[in-house]
Write a protein that binds this ligand. Structure first.
Ligand code: ZN
Length: 159
């Protein structure tokens, strides 16, 4: 290790990471890609569209509006990756409710892919939250929160 070498290089990535990326991204179509010195942004849209209402199940739904939402994904080459997903909101013609389409591979609470959560839980056991956060591009408080939320079931599962 040389002086001045990027500390995030010590962060270990799972070997299957590229494979997983391909799997998750099979559910999405990449419409744009931007790479800077600091991070990589992939603009994507889900491949499958909703066909029925989330609340009443009726099929008379129409596209309402699209909102661009950023989600953290597993880093690539020690750079944070952001999936900028164009999320479609639908309006049900029967019950009048609107809902966002389901996003495969995205965690239901955190603005992250589920495989990134898995990576955080795995790496968080031997990496400081601040280093993890820097590599992922999120706040270290968020890392700590994920670890607190998921820690108990994880320890039980290991026993
Ligand atoms: Zn409905």
């Amino acid at each position: 290790m040389h002086y001045g070498e990027n500390i995030s290089i010590v962060f270990e990535f799972p070997k299957e990471s590229c494979l997983n990326r391909k799997c998750v991204l099979n559910s999405y179509k990449i419409i744009d890609r931007e790479e800077t010195d600091k991070n990589i942004t992939l603009c994507v849209i889900p491949v499958k569209n909703h066909t029925s209402c989330k609340y009443c199940g009726h099929t008379a739904i129409r596209k309402y509006r699209v909102q661009s939402q950023p989600y953290h994904d597993t880093p690539k080459d020690c750079k944070p990756v952001v999936l900028l997903i164009d999320v479609q909101r639908y309006l049900c013609k029967k019950c009048g409710k609107t809902f966002l389409e389901a996003l495969p591979g995205i965690h239901r609470i955190h603005n992250m892919s589920t495989r990134l959560i898995d990576l955080i839980l795995r790496e968080g056991k031997h990496q400081a939250p601040s280093i993890l956060a820097k590599t992922i591009g999120c706040g270290s408080d968020e890392i700590a929160r994920i670890f607190t939320e998921e820690k108990t079931p994880l320890i039980h599962a290991e026993r």
